[in-house]
Design a protein around this ligand. Structure first.
Ligand SMILES: *[C@@H]1O[C@H](CO)[C@@H](O)[C@H](O)[C@H]1NC(C)=O
Ligand SMILES: *[C@@H]1O[C@H](CO)[C@@H](O)[C@H](O)[C@H]1NC(C)=O
Ligand SMILES: *[C@@H]1O[C@H](CO)[C@@H](O)[C@H](O)[C@H]1NC(C)=O
Ligand SMILES: *[C@@H]1O[C@H](CO)[C@@H](O)[C@H](O)[C@H]1NC(C)=O
Ligand SMILES: *[C@@H]1O[C@H](CO)[C@@H](O)[C@H](O)[C@H]1NC(C)=O
Ligand SMILES: *[C@@H]1O[C@H](CO)[C@@H](O)[C@H](O)[C@H]1NC(C)=O
Ligand SMILES: *[C@@H]1O[C@H](CO)[C@@H](O)[C@H](O)[C@H]1NC(C)=O
Length: 517
C-alpha cells in the first residue's frame, strides 16, 4: 500500500515538474520568436508589400496603375515675341513676354493592356487634355508671335547643304510667303496648325524621309492614345525591376547615342519605381520627348499634404552640363565637338526629325546665364518654381507628387543666303516652357500607404516588447518555481524514508479536497 502511494507521489511531483519544464520551454519559444521578429519581421513586411504592389490583373494596385486616380495638370507658358520686326531688321535683342499659365487638366489611362507570361506587361498610354479656363491666365485663342519652327529648322539644317539648294529654298519660301515669325493662337501652337512647308514636304519629299504630319504643333498628337507600345516589368517575377521599361515599341535601346549606357531605356515612366529605395538609390526616368534616361538623385525628405513621408528626387545639377565638365555626357554628342550642347541644354534634334530643338529646364535653370540674357524678358530661374522633381514613397516606390518642368528652345543658325532669315542671328531662342505635375494622390491611396508605412514598425516594436516581456516573465516564474519545487523535492527525498509523512500529507490534501466538494 505504501509502495503505491509512493509511485503516485513521484508521478505527481514529476507531472508537476514537467509542467514547469514545459513553461520554460514555452518561455524560451516566446523569446526566440521575439528574436525572430526583431530580425525577420521587416523582411516579411517587404515580402507582403512586394506581393501587394506587383501588377496582377484584378488587384487594387493594378486598377490604380491602369487608371491612375490622380489629377495631373500641365501649365504652359509661352514666350510672346513683342519686337519681331525690330529684332529682324535692326538687330535689337528679342523682347519676350512670358504669357500664361495656360492650364490643361489631364486624365491618364493605360489602354490595350496585355499581360505577358514572362513577368512583363504591355500597354499604350492615353492622355486626355482639357483646357481649364478657370485656372489659366489667358485663353487658348490668345494670339502670340513665335519663331516659325518648321521654317527655321529647315533653314538651319540647310546650312551645310549646297548653295543652290539654299537659294531654291529662299524662292520657295518667297512664293509661299513664309516668314521667320508666325502669328498663331496658343491653342494652335500647342495642338497644331497647318504649316505650308510641312504640307509641301509631304508632297515632294520621298516617302522614307517624310515627316509623319503636315500640321505643326508643340504637343501635336499628344491628346489621345499614344501609338507607342510600352512593355514594363510588372514585379510579379522580379521586384527589383518593378515598373522599369523592358521594351519601348519593341526596342530595348535607343538608336541615337554613342554608347550602350546612354542608349539605355530601362528606366521608369515616372509613376512607379522598384520599391525599398534608400537615400543612395539613383532613379531613372524615361520620357520619349527627352530622348534619353534622366537620372534622379535623392535631395531631401518631404511630407506631402496628406501626411505621407517621401523622398524627393531631382536630376543632379550637372545632368545637362557640357562635355568638359561632365564627361558622361560625351556619349550624347554624336556630331562630336564643337557641336556638343553647351551647359544646361540638351540637343534632342535626333529625336525631332533633325529639327534643332534644344531642351533646358524652365528659365534656363542650371544653364549658362548667357542664354537667358541673350533675350529680354526672362526672369532669373528660381529653384522652387523651375526645379524638376519627383516625390516617391520609398517603401512602395510609388510617386506621390511630381513636377516635370521643361523648356523648349530652338537653336537657330544664321544662314545669309536665305534672305528671309539673313538677319536672324545664331541664337538659342526660347519658345515656351511647361510644368506638368501631380499635386498628390487621393486619400484612399495615401491612407493605405500610411498604414503600410507606419503600422509594421509599430507592430514590430509592440510584438517585440510583448514577446520578450511575456517570455522573460514566464521564464523567471518557471525557473523560480522549479528551483523551489526541486528544493522541496530534495527535502522530501531526504525525508524519503518517512513514507508515512508523505502519505499523511497526501491524505490530508485529499481530505481537504473532499471537504471542499
Ligand atoms: C503678343 O505680342 C504681340 C506683339 O507685341 C501682341 O500684338 C499680342 O497682343 C501679344 N499677345 C498677347 C496674348 O498678349
Ligand atoms: C529700326 O531702326 C530705325 C532707326 O533706328 C527705326 O526708324 C525703325 O523704326 C526701327 N525698326 C523697327 C521695326 O522698330
Ligand atoms: C482582367 O480580367 C478581367 C476579368 O477577369 C478581363 O475582363 C480583363 O480583360 C483582364 N484585363 C487584362 C489586362 O488582362
Ligand atoms: C517578355 O515577353 C514579351 C512578349 O512576348 C517580349 O516582348 C519581351 O521581350 C519579353 N521580355 C523579357 C525580359 O523576356
Ligand atoms: C482632347 O480630346 C478630347 C476628346 O478626345 C477633347 O474633348 C478635348 O477638347 C481635346 N483637348 C484639346 C486640348 O484639344
Ligand atoms: C539597365 O540595363 C543595363 C544594361 O543595358 C544594366 O546594366 C542595368 O543594370 C539595367 N538597370 C536596371 C535598373 O535594371
Ligand atoms: C544637335 O545634334 C545634331 C545631331 O547630332 C547635330 O548635327 C547638331 O549640330 C547639334 N546641334 C547643336 C546646336 O549643337
Amino acid at each position: 500500500m505504501y509502495g503505491k502511494k509512493n509511485k503516485l507521489c513521484t508521478k505527481l511531483s514529476s507531472a508537476f515538474l514537467r509542467k514547469w519544464w514545459f513553461a520554460i520551454a514555452f518561455a524560451l519559444c516566446l523569446i526566440i520568436l521575439g528574436i525572430l521578429v526583431t530580425c525577420g519581421f521587416m523582411s516579411v513586411v517587404r515580402l507582403v508589400i512586394d506581393h501587394q504592389i506587383a501588377l496582377r490583373n484584378g488587384t487594387q494596385t493594378f486598377g490604380w496603375w491602369a487608371k491612375p486616380p490622380v489629377e495631373p495638370m500641365i501649365k504652359v507658358y509661352v514666350y510672346n515675341v513683342t519686337n519681331a520686326d525690330d529684332f529682324l531688321n535692326n538687330g535689337t535683342k528679342a523682347v519676350l513676354d512670358e504669357l500664361g499659365p495656360y492650364v490643361y487638366a489631364e486624365t491618364w489611362e493605360r489602354e490595350n493592356i496585355v499581360e505577358n507570361d514572362n513577368g512583363t506587361i504591355t500597354f499604350s498610354m492615353k492622355k486626355t487634355f482639357v483646357f481649364r479656363e478657370d485656372l489659366s491666365n489667358g485663353l487658348e485663342d490668345d494670339v502670340v508671335i513665335v519663331p516659325n519652327i518648321p521654317m527655321l529648322s529647315a533653314t538651319s539644317q540647310s546650312k551645310n547643304a549646297a548653295r543652290f539648294l539654299r537659294l531654291a529654298m529662299a524662292s520657295i519660301m518667297d512664293i509661299l510667303k513664309i516668314k521667320p515669325f508666325v502669328e498663331v493662337s496658343v491653342g494652335q501652337l500647342l495642338w497644331g496648325y497647318e504649316d505650308p512647308l510641312l504640307k509641301l514636304a509631304k508632297d515632294v519629299v520621298p516617302k522614307e524621309q517624310k515627316l509623319p504630319y503636315e500640321e505643326f504643333g508643340l504637343m501635336y498628337g499628344k491628346n489621345g492614345t499614344s501609338k507607342d507600345r510600352v512593355t514594363i516589368f510588372s514585379g510579379t517575377q522580379d521586384i527589383t525591376k518593378y515598373g522599369l521599361i523592358d521594351r519601348f515599341n519593341g526596342k530595348t535601346h535607343l538608336p541615337h547615342w554613342l554608347t550602350e549606357e546612354c542608349n539605355r531605356l530601362n528606366g521608369s515612366d515616372g509613376s512607379i519605381f522598384p520599391p525599398h529605395m534608400t537615400t543612395d538609390t539613383k532613379l531613372h526616368v524615361y520620357d520619349k520627348d527627352l530622348c534619353r534616361l534622366l537620372p534622379l538623385v535623392f535631395e531631401k525628405e518631404i511630407i506631402t499634404k496628406n501626411g505621407v513621408k517621401g523622398y524627393r528626387f531631382t536630376p543632379p545639377e550637372n545632368v545637362f552640363d557640357d562635355v568638359e565638365s561632365n564627361m558622361e555626357n560625351s556619349c550624347f554628342c554624336p556630331a562630336g565637338p564643337p557641336s556638343c550642347a553647351p551647359k544646361g541644354l540638351f540637343n534632342v534634334s535626333l529625336c525631332q526629325y533633325d529639327s534643332p530643338i534644344m531642351l533646358s529646364f524652365p528659365h534656363f535653370y542650371l544653364a549658362d546665364d548667357t542664354f537667358r540674357t541673350a533675350v529680354e524678358g526672362i526672369s532669373p530661374p528660381e529653384k522652387e518654381k523651375h526645379q524638376f522633381y519627383l516625390d516617391v514613397q520609398p517603401d512602395m516606390g510609388t510617386t506621390l507628387s511630381a513636377r516635370v518642368g521643361v523648356q523648349i528652345n530652338l537653336a537657330v543658325s544664321q544662314v545669309v543666303d536665305i534672305k528671309q532669315v539673313a538677319n536672324f542671328p545664331d541664337i538659342v531662342f526660347p519658345i515656351m516652357w511647361f510644368s506638368e505635375g501631380i499635386d498628390g494622390l487621393p486619400d484612399e491611396v495615401t491612407n493605405l500607404m500610411n498604414l503600410a508605412a507606419n503600422i509594421p514598425p509599430k507592430a514590430r516594436i509592440g510584438l517585440m516588447i510583448g514577446l520578450f516581456v511575456l517570455g522573460g516573465l514566464l521564464l523567471m516564474i518557471a525557473v523560480f518555481c522549479l528551483i523551489r519545487s526541486s528544493h522541496r523535492q530534495s527535502t522530501l527525498h531526504l525525508e524519503g524514508s518517512n513514507y508515512l509523512a508523505t502519505a499523511q500529507v497526501d491524505l490530508a490534501k485529499k481530505k481537504a479536497k473532499e471537504n471542499k466538494q
